[in-house]
Structures are given as structure tokens and as C-alpha cells.
Write a protein that binds this ligand. Sequence first.
Ligand SMILES: Nc1ncnc2c1ncn2[C@@H]1O[C@H](COP(=O)(O)OP(=O)(O)OP(=O)(O)O)[C@@H](O)[C@H]1O
Length: 247
Amino acid sequence: MSDIKLNNVSVSYGQKYAVDSVSGSFAAGSLTAIAGPNGAGKSTLLKALMGELPLTMGEIHRGNLKIQDFSYLPQANEINRQFPLSVEDLVSLGIWRQKGAFGRITKDCLTRIREALVMVGLEDFGKHQIGTLSAGQFQRVLFARLLVQDAQVIILDEPFNAIDEGTINDLLKLIRQWHQQQRTVIAVLHDFEQIQQHFPNTLLLARQAVYWGDSKTALCAAHRQFAKNLTSSWNFNRSPIRNGTAA
Ligand SMILES: Nc1ncnc2c1ncn2[C@@H]1O[C@H](COP(=O)(O)OP(=O)(O)OP(=O)(O)O)[C@@H](O)[C@H]1O
């Protein structure tokens, strides 16, 4: 598996730069949190990593990884839960990504789907409609989809937003398991204590990279203050400038 290397990555919406000249590397098999103030460009960077947004400047080198080797969990508010799908149907979408839209769901696939539902504690929910689930149950289903997707790189956008502590702990166990399996895991998170406890590396982002390295240093008071200051001095309408980062 390859590292994912960013070289001066900038992403803009029209004239407005949301991510500005970010360089660094997600080592193969690393477990990294992306933290930063609201509007810091965290989701934008994830979408760029997934190839869903074009880069305005810079490059992302994915080595021998193909886009099919990446799985992505968007923020909950970007997912339509009113769609008439059963839990099994939704989890099976993880397999369709590998097999193509017209790939058949074989017996073996069904077994994988059911095993994934057991792993997220929802073995009896396969036939339930997704619209009837609680927020925590729905997030468990999305993690089951990631499990069947079986990707080398797993990208999570605020996976623990507005869900109960029991679910968070169960999902953290799955993340630890992915890390032990040497997959590369990248997650946008807001809880600094949780990051320091469970994520060895952090990219602290405030449109620019404030710090990218071990989580304790990344989230020290000085870096957090620097990120805040950078946020309050943002001027989206000019082309990217180097204010000087702590990185
Ligand atoms: N589709 C879009 N069109 C125009 N501007 C956008 C779009 N998506 C995001 N932005 C802007 O880009 C900037 C970065 O947004 P982004 O969602 O990446 O930040 P974030 O760090 O993920 O924020 P949050 O923590 O609030 O989710 C913000 O100023 C946002 O308003």
C-alpha cells in the first residue's frame, strides 16, 4: 500500500479558497484525525482526497492506490435517509462499488453483509427500512457498508456527530481494528480529547495546515490559538497567501 502525498494542495469554490497550499503525507497504514475550526476546509480536503473536487493548485499522489481503494463516509446531513431502502440493501451498496452497478449479489456477498451487520451489533435489522433507524443505528449501518467495502483507505467525515456514547465506543473499536489491519484511516473529528486518546496523528487545519504530526503536539494550546487566529483573519477572496504556519 502507498502513502498519500499532498503537495501544495489548494481547493477553491469559485474565487474562494477553502484549502490553501497544504503539503504533507498520510503514511500507509496510519490513523489520522483532521481537526480545525468550522469552515476550516476539512470536508473540502476529504472530497479532494476522494477525487470528488478538482484541485485549484498542487497535486495529490496516491502511489499505487486507485480511487476504488478508497471508501468514504460523508457527513450524516449529506445522506438522504428517506430513500426506501432496507438495511441489507444499503450495506450491499458497499459491494456494488467493487462489482459495478449490475454485479450480482451472490450467496457469499449476502454472508459478508450479514457478518458486517453482526459486527456493528445490528444482526436483527437486515430487513428494517433505513428511515426507521435512530441516528446511532444508521451510523452503524454505514460502518457495516464500509466493512463490506473492504477498502485500503477509509475516509470518515465527522463519523460521531450527534450519536450516543455506546455507539461511538463500538465504532471506535472498528476503527482500531482497521488500523491494526494496516489500512489508512483518516477522520474529521471535533472532540480533541477523543482524538488524543485514539488517533496517533492529527492534521490541524485552518484552511492552511497549522500542524501535521503527532496528535498531542498538533492540539497543544499554541497550535489551537494559532488556528483560531488564522480563522479570524481569513480573507477568502484573495488568492492563497502564506501567512506563515506553525507547521
Ligand atoms: N459547495 C460549496 N460551495 C461554495 N462554498 C463552499 C461549498 N462547500 C463548502 N464551502 C465553503 O468552503 C469553506 C470550507 O468548508 P468545509 O465544509 O470544507 O469546512 P469544514 O472545516 O468541513 O467545516 P465544518 O467543521 O463546519 O463542517 C467554508 O467557508 C464553506 O462555506
